[in-house]
Write a protein that binds this ligand. Structure first.
Ligand SMILES: [Mn+2]
Length: 310
């Protein structure tokens, strides 16, 4: 897409999609830890749009009695989706400050819509310990942060969610860092077309080759690329302030390599930073790490490139 030097921050303080409350405090924590300044230091002009608000919709009673906070969370998805469209206007690069991962049920469709309007496909890189590939029927935890990928790739049965106008093709989704997959998710992932790289496989192959393969596909279709970074992608020793910590996550070196490759590719057009829970231990350290990775993931600002003549 046409590159502008404008980055827009949008807070998405949804916490009702997670099993542990506290992610609703994530946007404030990311701001306090200096996200805007870190991006300005890279040459970006940064505007903070403040926080999205929930937007209640028609009453809906999902069949699965396990689902928790359904109306509350779908109201957030509606409100964040609307604000995300604003955040992405005029080719700006939006950074969505979570909030739990349910917010990607709003941000990804908004970015898919923007991509389609520009005549491009949207690709999604999902950096997460979990595939978040439950349907409303398959969820046993009942937490909607486990469902966004199924929703935005067009799985059936998402009654009560906003009607999905622009689904992301599963073959344009790549997941990295998986290490906690429920049986039902594994069965559907296997036939989905999604490139789902488990942490063990990623560690054996190294992060570079699989990520370069994916980035080559994005380039071949001249696609937009949305990166969704869940703090639990990282090893919990590095990023402890998450509600769903799973041991064996990405090391500093692995995460840094991924961020550097993404930045060098110049392909990233939007970013989610999710699942930071400031109520938990070492929240400042976790926030600082997410911010450092975000600054590396984003493409170099076009203005900065002009000034250095490269
Ligand atoms: Mn997640």
């Amino acid at each position: 897409m046409t590159r502008v030097n404008h980055c827009r921050l949008l807070g998405a303080p949804v916490g009702s999609g997670a099993g542990v409350r506290g992610c609703e405090l994530g946007p404030a924590a990311l701001r306090q830890a200096g996200l805007a300044d870190a991006l300005r230091a890279r040459g970006w002009q940064v505007t903070d749009l403040g926080d999205a608000r929930p937007e209640p919709g028609p009453l809906s009673h999902p069949a699965n009695p396990a689902l928790r906070y359904f109306s509350e969370t779908t109201a957030w998805i509606r409100g964040i989706g609307r604000a995300a469209q604003t955040a992405g206007r005029d080719g700006a690069l939006p950074v969505f400050l979570g909030g739990d991962h349910a917010l990607s049920a709003a941000t990804v469709p908004a970015m898919a819509r923007r991509a389609r309007a520009g005549g491009r496909p949207l690709f999604v890189l999902w950096l997460d310990a979990h595939p978040d590939f439950h349907t409303l029927d398959s969820s046993t935890s009942g937490n909607l942060h486990g469902t966004p990928v199924a929703y935005f790739t067009g799985a059936a049965g998402f009654t009560g969610f906003p009607p999905l106008r622009d689904a992301v093709a599963p073959r344009r989704v790549c997941m990295m860092g998986l290490r906690s997959i429920d049986a039902d998710e594994a069965a559907r992932l296997a036939g989905s077309g999604i490139a789902a790289l488990r942490m063990g496989a990623l560690r054996r192959a190294g992060v570079t080759a699989p990520l370069e393969r994916f980035l080559d596909r994005v380039a071949a279709e001249d696609g937009d690329l949305h990166v969704s970074l869940d703090a639990d992608f990282l090893d919990p020793r590095l990023a402890p302030a998450v509600g769903t910590a799973v041991p064996g996550g990405a090391t500093l070196e692995e995460a840094g390599r991924i961020a550097a490759l993404l930045g060098e590719s110049g392909r990233v057009t939007s970013l989610d930073l999710v699942e930071l829970n400031p109520r938990l231990a070492a929240a400042r350290r976790t926030a600082a790490l997410l911010i450092a990775l975000a600054a590396d993931i984003l493409p170099p600002c076009p203005e900065a490139l002009r000034h250095t003549g490269s």
